[in-house]
Design a protein around this ligand. Sequence first.
Ligand SMILES: [Zn+2]
Length: 390
Amino acid sequence: MDLDFWWLLVIPLIFGLGWMAARFDLKHLLAEGAHLPRSYFRGLNFLLSEQHDKAIDAFIEIAKLDPETTELHFALGNLFRRRGETERAIRVHQNLLNRTDLPVVERDHALYELGQDFLKAGLFDRAEAAFELLVTGTYASEAQRSLLTIYGIQKDWRRAIAIAERLEALGVQPCRKQIAQFYCELAEEALQRKQIDEARSELERSLVADPANPRAIILRGEVEFGLGNLTSAIDEWTQIEKENAIYLPLVAEKLMRAHEKLGRAEQGSRLLIDYLERHASHDLLDIAYPHIAAQQGIEAAHTLARAQMQKAPNLAGMIRLLDAQLATATDVRRSEFELMRTLLVQRTKNLPRYICRDCGFRARLFYWQCPGCRGWETYAPCRTEPMSNS
Ligand SMILES: [Zn+2]
């Protein structure tokens, strides 16, 4: 075949397949060009004319003739998977696996890629079976990570813990935070079944894995609160300031509720003022403001709101300041303030709140696990207003 015609076929393929180009040794390909089988060009033609099935058949034919083409198969299989064509990806990788002459490393690679195909297709049992065969070898760590993903999706927390502990022990990746979160998930399940002792045990295990885990501390407080042990609940929740004060907005309302039940609402509001002085944030102020206004008077709440606005102005803070002005405004000013307030409330109503620091997923509710990237503790427990300057 003419070398010029070669270029016409190879260059569009390299550009068209993106990342595949990086793995494809063009010089090697050109050097060996004269010996390439006709199936290769047939495969390229099929690929370029979007006839993927026929292209795969042609490439499989090459694979039988020349074992060195396995890289092309891996590239094609991955390309199909990335496009969501998982059936085609599975077919490519299964055909590789069916070959008896494949070296062990290539076989493990094919098995790992096949597991990824099944995972992408949502066939978790088959993906799990593939990854479980990769206990040793080059792909063992990656296979364990994928198993962790599968058990997380299936909420099989016990097996997720076993895998995470293995990864941690092997030094593959730190998993203490994840393990602590898995135990918290088990504790929440136990609480739903009203199995309090079991929930307590899971929370203890969570805190062994990650002694400052805020979720476990918050849940321990909830267990005590549910049992009517209000002082113990307060003791748990007040630990948050020491362990990780950024999570105070998640316990402020709970602390206030426990104090109110004990008939100590005034003491509770003073605790919130202390927190605001030491760890001021808009989220904490949002929760504390009505309680402080009720217990310490509107002027005390207003002073805190004004101080927070001076530190970090935002639209929600502006609404609070307008509320304070409205409380003492004359009739003429009142209508102006109400108009401003209405506009601001409309403007801020649909602002996203929590933002995942790993993938940027925005959520109105706080999550311990991001619904977007499935990362754990990737949300800071404070909301942001992307349209403001804060
Ligand atoms: Zn995320």
